[in-house]
Ligand binder design. Structure first.
Ligand SMILES: NC(=O)c1ccc[n+]([C@@H]2O[C@H](COP(=O)([O-])OP(=O)(O)OC[C@H]3O[C@@H](n4cnc5c(N)ncnc54)[C@H](O)[C@@H]3O)[C@@H](O)[C@H]2O)c1
Length: 346
């Protein structure tokens, strides 16, 4: 079964491609390579001894996208393409709404035109903003605090409206899973693919890995005065392969819904437990034996104290549960970093 994966060359994309191949699906990649390279896909081809059809295409290019759908018998779409840096979304909101929202509209129009109504969408825990209660359930108040999070919420609402529209459909009823990711880290255990951020990493795990490898001097911990156990921010870190397998579980669920039934469900993908930055650092040092120098800096605007999921819906609805622990997340990150000090290289 052919599944189109937009943004398939990116960090979560390559791991999702791997999970799809492991489960016997045929992924077709669409990516404009604005934040990735083709190398990740090539490495998966080598690892799995297969060929992955890849189109260098911007999802806002309606004509090319239609052609790709027409050339391939696509049964469902995993939509990961988008811009994802919170800070950049505040300084350049138009690019974020254009890429994320307008891009998704072009994709949805194309899917509707060509009768493909099965969709898995990459949403984010940022749609919750600063949560009132923890762990966060899917019915918590949605209050994104930056344009990136707003763009994800807008797309969620568009998807909900589409599913409402086809509630009484005679054919092609939309079936949509809105996956709200918490904090993906780690890499496939092979060490051949991983996170390869352009420039200085925005996220803590690749930052720690680059300090440990000597590429960066020291880690800046943004804020040690949060109301948490040690004053540093708490997040729900999830192994990227668990997350990738969550997409396959969501795809299976979507494909199992009867043709005339339309569905649109928001589903948290997290582990359900929170880890502070200092705890993450200490696990990293224990697992790798490498000391990571750090300094405390001021809080970053828009950051929150604590955020972790209630992942029970994913378990009951999709039969999926994260299975890899923090030690695996950290040692898999380190293997990737050590084997690929320059990421995918040029
Ligand atoms: N990584 C995280 O912490 C995280 C957390 C929550 C949600 N998400 C979401 O998951 C998705 C994937 O994230 P990621 O970490 O793999 O990011 P990434 O930047 O590594 O991957 C995104 C991919 O989309 C491609 N892309 C961007 N705009 C495109 C366009 N208009 N047309 C075609 N391709 C385009 C990029 O080249 C890149 O390969 C994103 O939508 C992101 O918002 C990520």
């Amino acid at each position: 079964m052919k599944i189109l994966v937009t943004g398939g060359a990116g960090y979560i994309g390559v791991h999702t491609i791997l999970a799809l191949v492991n489960e016997g699906y045929i992924p077709i990649v669409v990516d404009n390579l604005s934040n990735s390279s083709i190398e990740g896909i090539r490495r998966i081809e080598k690892l799995k001894n297969t060929t992955i059809k890849t189109y260098i295409c911007d999802i806002r290019d309606a004509e090319y996208l239609s052609q790709i759908f027409s050339e391939n018998d696509i049964q469902g779409v995993i939509h990961l393409a988008g811009l994802k840096a919170v800070g950049e979304s505040c300084s350049d909101p138009i690019s974020y709404y254009d890429n994320n929202v307008s891009g998704t509209l072009v994709l949805l129009k194309t899917m509707e035109k060509l009768g493909v109504a099965n969709l898995i969408f990459s949403s984010s825990a940022t749609v919750y903003g600063n949560p009132k209660t923890l762990p966060i359930k899917e019915d918590a108040k949605l209050f994104p605090t930056n344009p990136y999070g707003q763009s994800k919420l807008m797309i969620e609402k568009i998807c909900q409206d589409l599913a409402n529209k086809t509630k009484l459909a005679s054919k092609n009823a939309w079936k949509i899973a809105l996956l709200r990711y918490f904090n993906p880290i780690g890499a496939d255990k092979s060490g051949v693919v991983g996170e390869d951020p352009k420039g200085t990493p925005n996220n803590v795990m690749p930052y720690i890995a680059q300090v440990a490898s000597g590429k960066l001097e020291r880690l800046s911990i943004f804020g040690n005065d949060y109301p948490t156990k040690d004053g540093t921010g708490i997040r729900d870190y999830i192994h990227v392969m668990d997350l990738a397998e969550g997409h396959v579980a969501a795809l299976r669920w979507v494909l199992s819904i009867k043709p005339l039934i339309s569905e649109c469900r928001a589903i948290n993908l997290g582990t359900g437990s929170g880890t502070s930055v200092l705890e993450l650092l200490s696990i990293f040092e224990k697992e790798t034996g490498v000391k990571v120098p750090y300094v405390y800096s001021l809080r970053r605007s828009g950051d929150i104290a604590s955020c972790f999921a209630d992942p029970s819906l994913a378990h009951s609805l999709l039969g999926w549960k994260a299975s890899r622990n923090m030690a695996q997340m950290v040692s898999d990150t380190w293997r990737w970093q050590e084997q690929n000090p320059s990421g995918y290289g040029e």
